[in-house]
Ligand binder design. Structure first.
Ligand code: 5GP
Length: 192
């Protein structure tokens, strides 16, 4: 009954500097085929960031046109800039049965849950100590810390090795997640 071709979504959130991208990289060989969703943003590129690799950097006007056209699966304003996930590449990756990774904020996580809850798993990645996290978050966005409880998993990035191992387990769990509909089909099948 398991549809192995079916894709799944794994949302990762956490303050910038929690080490999300380092963890993904460290785990990349062990999590199977995945697609990392490249977000679109109106913020300016930072030193070393590349258009089309880290983000698609666009103007506010262009972003707002995409909103009107319904091109985003989700979008939000973070620290005064727009950030959004384009629907099309995500849909294609899901159709190919890939695990789709999102690095999005807590607002984005809520929106993805609203639209694609059945195939979504989430993890909040924090820096090593809660104190450190609190200091970082208080300075930026207290809402974020309150939202931690909405996530399926919390990964504390104490050592990269350890955090990457935990991430591999979460990624495997995300792939195993079955929709309610599939579970019902499974039960009906076995009950005959
Ligand atoms: P940064 O500007 O430091 O790269 O990202 C700032 C915040 O925006 C991070 O919390 C990041 O997860 C979030 N973010 C990045 N892309 C998206 C997106 O497409 N949607 C949403 N909702 N948040 C995003």
């Amino acid at each position: 009954m398991q549809d192995l071709q079916k894709g799944a979504i794994l949302v990762l959130s956490g303050p910038s500097g929690a080490g999300k991208s380092t963890i993904i990289q460290a785990a990349s060989e062990e999590i199977g085929e995945y697609y990392f969703s490249i977000s679109t943003t109106t913020r300016s590129p930072r030193a070393g960031e590349e258009d089309g690799k880290d983000y698609f950097f666009v103007t506010k006007e262009s972003f707002e046109e995409d909103i009107k056209a319904g091109n985003f699966l989700e979008y939000a304003q973070v620290h005064g800039n727009y950030y959004g996930t384009s629907l099309k590449p995500v849909r294609e990756a899901l159709e190919e049965g890939k695990l789709v990774l999102f690095d999005i904020d807590v607002q984005g996580h809520r929106l993805v849950r609203e639209k694609m809850n059945e195939i979504t798993t989430s993890a909040f990645i924090t820096p090593p100590t809660l104190n450190e996290l609190e200091t970082r978050l208080r300075a930026r966005c207290t809402d974020e810390i309150l939202a931690v409880g909405e996530y399926d998993f919390i990964i504390i990035n104490d050592t990269i090795d350890d955090a990457a191992k935990k991430f591999v387990i979460v990624a495997k769990a995300a792939r195993l997640k079955q929709s309610q509909e599939d579970e019902e089909k499974f039960i009906t099948h076995w009950l005959g």
